[in-house]
Design a protein around this ligand. Structure first.
Ligand code: URA
Length: 254
């Protein structure tokens, strides 16, 4: 039973994948890495490209929005031989010291979603692999891009789950109507929607997983929400590209 109509052979022995939410971002990302990159498949929210970086095969793929579709992608890539995954996306900052254009390297995530309890009890942590944290920090340092490393709140709900009131009812049930100040007090850095699913699946499947996001909204400054387009994700993508090279150069990851 597969949602992604590719065979292991089409991945050409790739063990590394870079994943992002938007399928329309995938071709440009893949071609930036390798002008000869080619599409393997595109069904629903899942675009899958194969590229070559430093003479090694690399998969660039999209996971759609939220944990359920990300889990399908990760399951099916892992069954086809992928062992290391880096998610590149966007997030909203909830700490006043984080600005638009900064990047957040998620070291761990608060599991505010419904997929991972099917894999592990809620007491089980959602953690990035430490090698990705180091590679991403090193890459951001080299590129002089401001970064923050810490805990991300990963929610299934973009609106009430991230305490947004620009909705049909404008009503948020307790305790979520007060959640943002609690997460801020607990030193959580940002909101996004996929890292905890990636992290828990990574640990239970022995995959090395990491997550970097570009900050596109400062929630301290109100509800203004900027584009989630190519431009939105770009500082994280610049760091991710360098981190993917560092990853492939590291003999520990072979
Ligand atoms: N993605 C999210 O989930 N939340 C934001 O605020 C921005 C991007």
């Amino acid at each position: 039973m597969n949602h992604l109509p590719f065979s292991e052979k089409e991945l050409a022995g790739a063990t590394l994948a870079c994943i992002t939410g938007d399928p329309f971002r995938v071709p440009a990302m893949a071609k930036e890495i390798d002008p000869h990159a080619s599409e393997i498949s595109h069904t629903r929210e899942f675009a899958v490209y194969r590229a070559t970086l430093q003479n090694k095969p690399l998969i660039i793929a999209s996971h759609g929005i939220g944990g359920p579709s990300l889990a399908i992608l990760v399951e099916e890539l892992a069954m086809a031989g992928i062992k290391d995954l880096l998610r590149v996306g966007t997030s909203g900052a909830i700490q006043p010291f984080i600005e638009k254009g900064d990047v957040v390297i998620s070291a761990g995530a608060v599991r505010l979603e419904g997929v991972t309890p099917f894999y592990a009890p809620l007491a089980y942590p959602a953690l990035s692999h430490p090698n990705w944290i180091l590679k991403l920090q090193n890459a951001a340092d080299q590129l002089k891009i401001r970064f923050h490393t810490g805990i991300t709140a990963s929610t299934d709900s973009f609106y009430p789950g991230q305490q947004r009131t620009d909705t049909k009812t404008q009503y948020i049930i307790p305790p979520w109507d007060q959640a943002m100040s609690m997460w801020r007090q607990l030193q959580v850095l940002n909101y996004e929607m996929e890292s905890s699913t990636l992290f828990v699946l990574g640990s239970v499947m022995s995959l090395k997983v990491g997550c970097i996001t570009s900050v596109i909204v400062e929630r301290e400054q109100g509800e203004t929400f900027e584009s989630t387009s190519q431009e939105g994700v770009s500082p994280a993508w610049l760091v991710a590209k360098k981190a993917l090279s560092l990853w492939l150069n590291d003999s520990e990851n072979k």
